[in-house]
Design a protein around this ligand. Structure first.
Ligand SMILES: Cc1cc2nc3c(=O)[nH]c(=O)nc-3n(C[C@H](O)[C@H](O)[C@H](O)COP(=O)(O)OP(=O)(O)OC[C@H]3O[C@@H](n4cnc5c(N)ncnc54)[C@H](O)[C@@H]3O)c2cc1C
Length: 388
């Protein structure tokens, strides 16, 4: 086998996880040779990443918008809620790419490679990346976010749910949105099969991203997502199609996987990001977990230590995820009742603390006791033995 070049580290995939790792390595003063590879480094705004934190947000220079107030609605309950401790942020993928790549280009020990990656393999204590161009690259460690691990067993998924959505970023002719209030979830109780809701990120008085999102096993024909967005614009904002233009579209399918992910693709090849199983199964949020893990990896590598696999969520959170997935999979009506009570009886900071897996057992009990018991008892009955 002809080796094209040798590196200390190869970061395969220059999306959120790959570029976050590269960024933290460069900022931490990593001295080894690094190759970052992706099919393309074009800075496209095809994903809008939102997250909440009470600390200083990562990549604060490129935060596109932040909110302290949200609108939620489930069944007969709708309300505005304020965030005190937390702030909800969004970063656009194109801005992120441009920012990180501009920074990386000033570091002489970082190379960029545009090529399609075909596979990885381990050889002795080295890792190899094979590209479509027919070249092989050797490194001590590869961190990859491009290929799903081969050893994932389809039978291990108990609830094969997906979070799938289509988003339209629109510009209106007249003032239409309150830029201070984002809509986290506005449930559509008439939608079936699955649980459907609108997610709205208002960027300005005349500009917003509206996503029709569904938790279900099967995807929908594209025209169905479009229909829901159009209807929402009409019934909630009084906007007809002549009142706005669609300036960007964004879609996605995020597996809400309850199966364990193996952290290694092969020896010395660590899976990062979505293919590393870093998505929280019950919500689809991944951004914060990616930041935490890539920061930890970068610190280890800068200090010359061996990189460790990501730590799993605490058992209690994995169990809560499983219960919520059971409810989402089995009953739209019960799912909406759970969200209704969650929104009505809890402060939003507590909800974000819970979803961010930062709660004490006492705080968990407070949240759990605020939602109807019956769906959870049924879910527990279906998930005994514990995580079995
Ligand atoms: C539209 C969308 C919106 C999302 N919004 C949120 C959100 O608001 N909050 C949140 O927490 N999570 C969100 N997620 C989930 C998750 O945070 C993102 O999917 C995130 O981009 C995952 O990062 P990643 O590094 O694993 O993958 P990516 O960011 O997708 O990076 C993978 C990279 O690999 C490259 N690549 C793939 N295959 C190859 C190949 N064969 N050869 C070479 N390169 C290849 C791609 O070009 C890409 O740059 C969203 C997901 C989607 C799809």
């Amino acid at each position: 086998m002809k080796i094209e070049a040798k590196y200390d580290i190869i970061i395969a995939g220059g999306g959120l996880s790959g570029l976050s790792l590269a960024w933290y390595l460069a900022q931490g003063g990593y001295k080894g040779q690094v190759l970052v590879a992706d099919a393309t480094f074009a800075p496209t705004n095809d994903k809008t990443w939102c997250f909440w934190t009470k600390d200083e947000p990562p990549f604060k220079e490129i935060i596109y918008k932040r909110w302290k107030k949200t609108w939620v609605s489930a069944l007969d309950y709708s309300t505005f809620r304020y965030l005190n401790e937390y702030t909800y942020y969004c970063i656009r993928s194109g801005d992120f790419r441009e920012y990180v790549l501009t920074g990386l280009r000033s570091f002489k020990n970082f190379d960029l490679l545009e090529d399609n990656i075909l596979d990885f393999s381990s050889y002795k204590n080295k890792a190899i990346m094979l590209t479509k161009g027919g070249d092989s690259y050797l490194a001590n460690h590869i961190f990859q976010s491009v290929l799903k691990p081969k050893n994932l067993d389809a039978d291990d998924i108990k609830y094969p749910l997906k979070q799938h959505f289509l988003g339209w970023e629109i510009e209106t002719n007249e003032t239409a949105f309150d830029p201070e209030t984002f809509t986290l979830m506005d449930f559509n109780e008439d939608f079936s099969p699955g649980v459907g809701f609108m997610y709205v990120l208002p960027y300005g008085l005349k500009k917003a991203l509206l996503e029709f999102t569904v938790f279900s096993e099967d995807l929908l024909p594209r025209k169905v997502y479009k229909k829901h967005i159009k209807e929402y614009l009409y019934f909630h904002f009084g906007l007809d199609k002549s009142d706005y233009k669609v300036i960007r579209k964004e879609d996605g399918v995020i597996p809400m996987e309850d199966r364990p992910y193996h952290p290694y693709y092969e020896n010395n090849i660590i899976n990062l990001g979505s293919v590393g199983g870093q998505t929280k199964p019950s919500t689809g949020y991944t951004f914060t977990r990616i930041q935490a893990y890539t920061q930890q990896l970068a610190e280890q590598l800068v200090q010359g230590k061996s990189p460790s696999a990501p730590s799993l969520s605490k058992l209690k959170y994995r169990y809560y995820d499983l219960l919520l997935l059971h409810i989402l999979s089995n009953s739209t009506e019960e799912s909406l009742q759970v969200f209704r009570s969650l929104f009505k009886k809890n402060h939003f900071d507590d909800i974000f603390r819970f979803l961010g897996e930062q709660t004490s057992f006492r705080q968990d009990l407070k949240i759990m006791s605020s939602v109807p018991y019956t769906p959870f008892f049924k879910a527990i009955g279906n998930n005994l033995p514990f995580l079995g």
